[in-house]
Design a protein around this ligand. Structure first.
Ligand SMILES: [Zn+2]
Length: 390
């Protein structure tokens, strides 16, 4: 344990010496907001930081132009811990989800290890995961094998509360297209088959489903095409729904019910219906109690506090799919007041500045220390894997 104490001390004092660099990286990404898949400047900045601190950087990876994988090897075989860096912004809102914070926190939690890696068995990785908001970058990288040599994945996400174990929803966006037959809507409406009627029936069915649906289910929808002019029976109608559930099982059930309703609407109106997934679905986040407990201990040990929020509904995260494959950590860290939500202009302002900087440095500390606990006690990995298999 004497050794553990000295490792902790070295790690923390090294992070202290990196403070300016950590904050500068976060500010740079914030000042150069790039949307998912286009994060050239942001990913380059983090890769430059990593290679100048001794990491071996491979890029691009998984066929994604702005994805990278950086590694720092220890003195032998042991746990392989990855810090996941996000850096995509939200168009004109800039860094309204604070992914500049994530990029800097994960990158420097890795870089902290240049001070002690020679004393440890195992490996530290930093994986640059683009397009969290629009592409589900982690899901693509997972499918393409980028995570196959990783034992656990860690990151922190800024928000308006500090909550170690958030419960994001599983989600799947869907599009439905009904096809009917056009006709003059005044002169010969009986010759037409109305695709818009079918779509409206689907909306009514989805609204009726809500009465018997669990409160964690979400099924908001919009009509993106409902015909061109009122004097023509619409031959085509298109609607989109964002289906969400507390977990993947619940989501599958919701998707099944909506598709069944769409078939029924087509049958009763004499139309045909097709559907497609609009982008990848995100799984819910499987909890890893061991990692969560370690992070909480470390977060408190460096002076962090827990600030639970108002327990409002949450969005969905692309780390969900990773959590079905390996232990994951994804705490939210408060950088904004409780009434300022992610994806707003006010949040963009909170994503830099004094409070964000303080929480960023604390996050680097707590992330690095949590990885250290696992590297020093590889037996913890087995326990973590058992937990997520349950
Ligand atoms: Zn986000």
């Amino acid at each position: 344990m004497a050794n553990m104490n000295s490792l902790r001390k070295k790690l923390l004092s090294h992070i202290d010496s990196l403070k300016k660099e950590i904050i500068a990286a976060s500010q740079y990404i914030h000042a150069n907001p790039e949307t998912g898949g286009e994060e050239y400047k942001s990913s380059k900045r983090l890769m430059d930081d990593l290679s100048s601190h001794g990491f071996q950087v491979t890029a691009p990876v998984g066929g994604m132009k702005t994805a990278f994988k950086a590694r720092l090897k220890g003195k032998g075989k042991g746990p392989r811990i990855a810090f996941l860096a996000e850096y995509d912004a939200l168009g004109s809102l800039g860094h309204a989800c604070g992914h500049n914070f994530i990029g800097a926190a994960s990158t420097f939690a890795g870089i902290a290890y240049e001070s002690i890696i020679r004393e440890l068995k195992g490996e530290i990785l930093v994986i640059g995961t683009p397009g969290e908001e629009n592409l589900g970058g982690k899901i693509i990288l997972l499918k393409r094998g980028v995570f196959k040599d990783v034992d656990a994945s860690l990151m922190t996400h800024p928000g308006n509360e500090t909550r170690i174990e958030p419960k994001p929803l599983a989600s799947q966006p869907l599009e439905f297209e009904f096809r009917g037959k056009p006709a003059h809507a005044a002169a010969a409406p009986w010759k037409g088959v109305n695709a818009l009627d079918a779509l409206i029936q689907l909306f009514i069915s989805v609204d009726q489903m809500r009465k018997q649906q669990h409160y964690t289910v979400r099924t908001p929808g919009i009509i993106t095409f409902g015909g061109e002019r009122p004097n023509v029976v619409p031959e085509r109608a298109v609607g989109q729904f964002s289906c969400r559930g507390a977990d993947y099982e619940e989501l599958k059930d919701v998707v099944f019910r909506i598709k069944r309703s769409a078939k029924a609407a087509a049958l009763s109106t004499g139309t045909t219906v097709t559907w497609r997934n609009l982008g990848p679905g995100y799984k819910d986040l499987k909890a890893c109690p061991v990692l969560a407990a370690l992070f909480e201990k470390n977060w408190k040990s460096v002076g962090g506090i827990l600030e639970p929020g108002m327990e409002e509904g949450k969005g969905s995260l692309d780390i969900g799919d990773i959590s079905y494959e390996m232990p994951c950590l994804h705490p939210f860290i408060a950088i904004a007041p409780q009434n300022v939500g992610n994806h707003t202009m006010q949040f963009t302002e909170c994503a830099i500045g004094k409070r964000a900087e303080k929480q960023l440095v604390l996050s680097v500390n707590a992330l690095a220390l949590t990885a250290l606990d696992v590297l020093v006690n590889p037996g913890l990995l087995k326990q973590m894997k058992k937990d997520i298999e349950q």
